[in-house]
Design a protein around this ligand. Structure first.
Ligand SMILES: NC(=O)c1ccc[n+]([C@@H]2O[C@H](COP(=O)([O-])OP(=O)(O)OC[C@H]3O[C@@H](n4cnc5c(N)ncnc54)[C@H](O)[C@@H]3O)[C@@H](O)[C@H]2O)c1
Length: 256
């Protein structure tokens, strides 16, 4: 059990990749705090905490809007008072916006930046506040393959995800002397509620098929568990000497 008794906060842990990561951490023995605006998965089905408790794991839900600094501060105070420490924070909460630049209002642009980049900044800030004294801690921010390449009609999302890799590098440098590792996992197309309409559209799926080179038994769209494994790796002792890194998990989409 790689994460035995580690205290792990997963933001956006109710749905999709965050849910898969929460369950993977619990399977490795971690105590998992699911911090999300909603308790029930966007994709439907059983909630994350119930699934973990049914497996015999330890998990608790904490309703948190990661864009609200007071709520983030209270989340960390709650976790430290209940469990005594924070070992790992996964800043996964995010939204998307599929609109041309001319159709995107400044308010909509800032809403995406707030939910995707400010939320990760606040998650990092309060994680570091509580990790500094212990001289250890792991932060995994969730970027995207669009942290590295552009995409039409996704300007706010792409800008927010490019920001995640910069934030990750800057904080890795700032906290390295305190034994804190800050890394990012950057997924490509992954089957979640966020991508359901895209993946149900035959033309979009065919385009992805042309652009994603890796095939595993015909599979080229990732499942949330494929990304979760990389998140747990970067949070584990196996990644002890990795910091400031942004790991693409995209079946080779960005490789050409
Ligand atoms: N699915 C993909 O193909 C894909 C590709 C690249 C990157 N990503 C990234 O992976 C992460 C997870 O994506 P997903 O597909 O699982 O998304 P999802 O929409 O299925 O789940 C996101 C979760 O985040 C929560 N959330 C959103 N804003 C929040 C806030 N302000 N405070 C608290 N919780 C909030 C939502 O309630 C939801 O439960 C995101 O950072 C996303 O940008 C996903």
């Amino acid at each position: 059990m790689k994460m035995k008794d580690r205290v792990v906060i997963v933001t956006g842990g109710s749905s999709g990749i965050g849910k898969a990561a929460s369950i993977s951490f619990a399977k490795e023995g971690a105590v998992v705090i699911v911090a999300d605006k909603i308790a029930n998965p966007r994709e439907g089905g059983k909630d994350t905490v119930s699934e973990i408790l049914d497996m015999g794991g330890i998990s608790i839900f904490r309703k948190t809007d990661m864009t609200a600094e007071k709520e983030v501060s209270e989340l960390f105070d709650f976790v430290v008072s209940k469990y005594g420490k924070v070992d790992v924070v996964v800043n996964n909460a995010a939204i998307s916006l599929n609109k041309s630049v001319l159709d995107t209002s400044a308010d909509e642009f800032m809403q995406v930046i707030d939910n995707n980049l400010k939320s990760a900044f606040l998650g990092c800030k309060y994680a570091i506040k509580h990790m500094l004294g212990r001289k250890q801690g792991r932060i995994v921010n969730i970027g995207s393959n669009f942290s590295f390449v552009g995409r039409a009609n996704l300007s706010a999302y792409v800008a927010s995800k490019a920001g995640i890799t910069g934030l990750t590098r800057a904080l890795a440098v700032e906290t390295a002397a305190h034994g804190i590792n800050v890394n990012a996992v950057c997924p490509g197309g992954t089957r979640t509620e966020a991508t359901r309409s895209l993946l149900e559209d035959p033309a979009s799926l065919a385009e992805l098929g042309r652009n994603i080179p890796l095939r595993k038994g015909g599979k080229f769209i990732m499942e949330p568990q494929d990304v979760a494994r990389a998140i747990v790796f970067l949070a584990s002792d196996d990644a002890e000497m990795i910091t400031g890194s942004s790991l693409l998990v995209d079946a080779g989409w960005d490789a050409w």
